[in-house]
Design a protein around this ligand. Structure first.
Ligand SMILES: NC(=O)C1=CN([C@@H]2O[C@H](COP(=O)(O)OP(=O)(O)OC[C@H]3O[C@@H](n4cnc5c(N)ncnc54)[C@H](OP(=O)(O)O)[C@@H]3O)[C@@H](O)[C@H]2O)C=CC1
Ligand SMILES: O=C(O)CCC(=O)C(=O)O
Length: 426
């Protein structure tokens, strides 16, 4: 049992290493492969100057960590946030390796970003920052080498600036077939119909499939969402469409509650002109941030940052399902409390994998010079997610383990098999 009074905050890197080491022990991972997977392949840190609107020059620090590419090119998002540093990028890159492996994709894992708060900059400053970051990364990214995508505070516009800048660095004959250097682009610039909603759709589907195994459905289920950006909004959209009630939402600026249910679409409309914040929405009352996780509900969807559920608040949780839309929202001690209390955790590497699965289809679409319709794309994403869900469910039942342990066993075993089949390690 965890002593909640002595809660020590773990870093995301500690969290992911803990998950890796626990699984490596369970599957008796080949010791040589354990050495390789326990460390990142490349950690790129760039400092680059950008001229601000007022004429002053500011120097930014950007990161790209490439954890592993045994299964294919490095893949993972770029985050613009104050909390971005080398440890966060390492942790998030490692999770990407497990996520793409579990999803059955031909990709490895990477993650990166810039340490900044985008609210401090104008759109034209953000464009210049993104373009200079792309130049600074140079050949460290590429359509068959390392393929970024959106994450916290980046979006299709950010990806469009990256692809445009990348194109200007390669020869004109190569430009026509290098659009897949990033995914999550705007649809008009090589993006995929449905990539915008892919992650939130996956979060919704994973909850629906889990409930089905218990003979239940989403009708009248009460849920709360932390983070109302791309993932939080789309997950809420699909959950409410299937009859669930959005009871509370939290972002970095406010915590909103309405016992009769918050109107998801009205809240999204409220956020639009304010660049995302839910604060000031009239369809709900504002409550204390610390009361959020303890609200009486069936499902919690963390869809913001890492390490939000810890020994300090896990014991308050009344929900029976925690669906990890965010990467690494639950630390080791928080997780133990939830498992002891019978909460089912749908782990991030499966729960939010709809996004990277959508990205894979965008990459294929660009690579093959095709254009797919929304319904085709959503059907492809749904099929892949369902197959993966059933694989994890089988592992859960076979080994009598929790969902994260089952997911990690499948993910790490696939990478191990790839190394062994190549004949490198006996
Ligand atoms: N986009 C994608 O396709 C994928 C995203 N993810 C993960 O999902 C999570 C959310 O990403 P995404 O939706 O893209 O990001 P967005 O930038 O679109 O949204 C982030 C949301 O989190 C909120 N937030 C930030 N800090 C806090 C905080 N301290 N407390 C509460 N809320 C906070 C933001 O609020 P505010 O606006 O007030 O800052 C905003 O509502 C991340 O963990 C990301 O790694 C995982 C897989 C794919
Ligand atoms: O779409 C992608 O390539 C990756 C998205 C991402 O960063 C994630 O799944 O955490």
């Amino acid at each position: 049992m965890i002593n909640t009074k002595k809660a020590i905050k773990q870093s995301m890197y500690e969290t992911v290493m803990n998950q890796f080491n626990k699984t490596a022990d369970i599957i008796d991972l080949n010791p040589n492969i354990r050495k390789i997977l326990g460390i990142t392949n490349n950690e790129i840190i760039v400092h680059f100057p950008v001229k601000m609107d007022n004429g002053e020059v500011e120097v930014f620090t950007g990161y790209r960590v490439q954890h592993n590419n045994a299964l294919g090119p490095y893949k993972g998002g770029l985050r613009y946030h104050d909390t971005v540093d080398i440890d966060a990028a390492k942790a998030l890159a490692m999770w990407m390796t497990w996520k793409t492996s579990l999803a059955g994709l031909p990709f490895g894992g990477a993650k990166g970003g810039i340490k900044l708060d985008p609210r401090d900059y104008s759109d034209s400053e953000l464009e210049r920052i993104t373009r200079r970051f792309t130049y600074a990364l140079g050949e460290n990214i590429g359509p068959e080498h390392d393929i970024p995508a959106p994450d916290v505070n980046t979006n299709p516009q950010t990806m469009a600036w990256i692809v445009d800048t990348y194109m200007s660095t390669i020869s004109s004959s190569e430009r026509s077939h290098n659009q897949h250097v990033v995914t999550g682009k705007p649809v008009g610039a090589g993006g995929l119909e449905g990539r915008d909603r892919a992650t939130g759709f996956g979060v919704y589907l994973s909850i629906k499939l889990l409930l089905e195994t218990k003979g239940e459905d989403l009708k009248n289920k009460k849920f709360i969402v932390q983070g109302f950006g791309n993932v939080g909004y789309w997950a809420s959209h699909f959950l409410t469409k299937d009859g669930s009630k959005l009871l509370a939402v939290q972002d970095a600026h406010a915590t909103l509650y309405n016992e009769n249910g918050i109107d998801t679409e009205a809240l999204a409309q409220h956020c639009e002109p304010r660049k995302g914040s839910i604060k000031g929405f009239e369809g709900a009352e504002e409550i204390e941030a610390d009361d959020f996780f303890g609200l009486d509900c069936d499902i919690i969807v963390p869809a913001a940052l890492g390490n939000q559920i810890t020994a300090e608040n896990a014991f308050k949780i009344k929900a029976s399902i925690l669906a990890e839309g965010a990467n690494g929202p639950t630390d080791k001690d928080g997780e133990q409390i939830l498992l002891d209390n019978g909460v089912t955790i749908i782990p991030d590497i499966f729960c939010n994998s709809g996004g990277v699965i959508g990205s894979y289809f965008e990459w294929l679409q660009n690579r093959n010079g095709e254009l797919w319709q929304l319904d085709e794309v959503m059907a492809k994403i749904e099929k892949k997610l369902k197959e993966n869900f059933h694989k994890i469910n089988t592992e859960v039942n076979k080994r009598n383990v929790d969902w994260r342990t089952a997911a990690f066993i499948l993910a790490i075993s696939r990478v191990e098999t790839a190394y062994i089949q190549r004949g490198i390690f006996p």
